[in-house]
Design a protein around this ligand. Sequence first.
Ligand code: ZN
Ligand code: ZN
Length: 286
Amino acid sequence: MKSQPVWQVKFYGVRGSTPVCEKGFQLFGGNTTCIYTDYLLNDRSKMIVVFDAGTGIRALGKDIINRKIPNTENIFLVFTHFHWDHIQGLPFFDPAYNPKQKISVFSPLKSMKVSRLKNIFEVQMQKEYFPVQLDKMGAEFQFFNTEEYKTHFKIEEHIQFTYRPHNHPGGAFSYRMEANGRSVVICTDLEHGESVDEKVVEFCRDADLLIHDAQYTDEELKSHRGWGHSSFSQAVEVAKLAHVKHLIFTHHDPDHDDEFLQEIESQYQRSFPNCAVAKEGMEMMV
Ligand SMILES: [Zn+2]
Ligand SMILES: [Zn+2]
């Protein structure tokens, strides 16, 4: 039996590859990947899970600092992988400079040990690239030893957090969160084969919300094989095969402007009415 919605989801960055700021890109937004989710544990605390730290995380940081989002003492920051468009915003995430802020960083990529995971961000912020080094930022960072958690773990008692590797240059992970019979799946930076990956379909099975990579049209995908991304119609196919309730396209190509994405949205809503193109600032309850 389905309960009340339990997850809140907000898109802070929906662009793939590189941020864009030109006129004609403001409706869907130009910031790179950052998806905020939370789950209300009780009236005083919530569990916050943020997926990726693309440039969109800067605006999330402002919302946290300005208390537009309450109860944010602990942030669980999860990485699908570490390509630029997924880490670029971290140096500009204001809560990372607050000594009272706890940030738990998680990525199972290559079963990373704490030292290796931490090193990714130490290198990103070494002095040749950025003036403030990771250990000088201020927040209390904790890096998970993911060798201990191969496929899943429980957050609190009733939240199931599952993940699996999918096809992307350098590797990347899909995530699934489940609580009270409600599930959210994030599959971005994912390239299917000649047909959609059956294991991905299985992973998305019966999800209430699927957020899926849709960087290309089918035509564009032909000339971008090996770049690590999906097409709109592949995302729809996964959603249909997996009986997903709601599909959101994300990781928009930096050359896809508002007019193009609006057209795409109405085109695909004809075959899968419960789909939409992710927009910066868009909020959903699941
Ligand atoms: Zn990406
Ligand atoms: Zn990538």
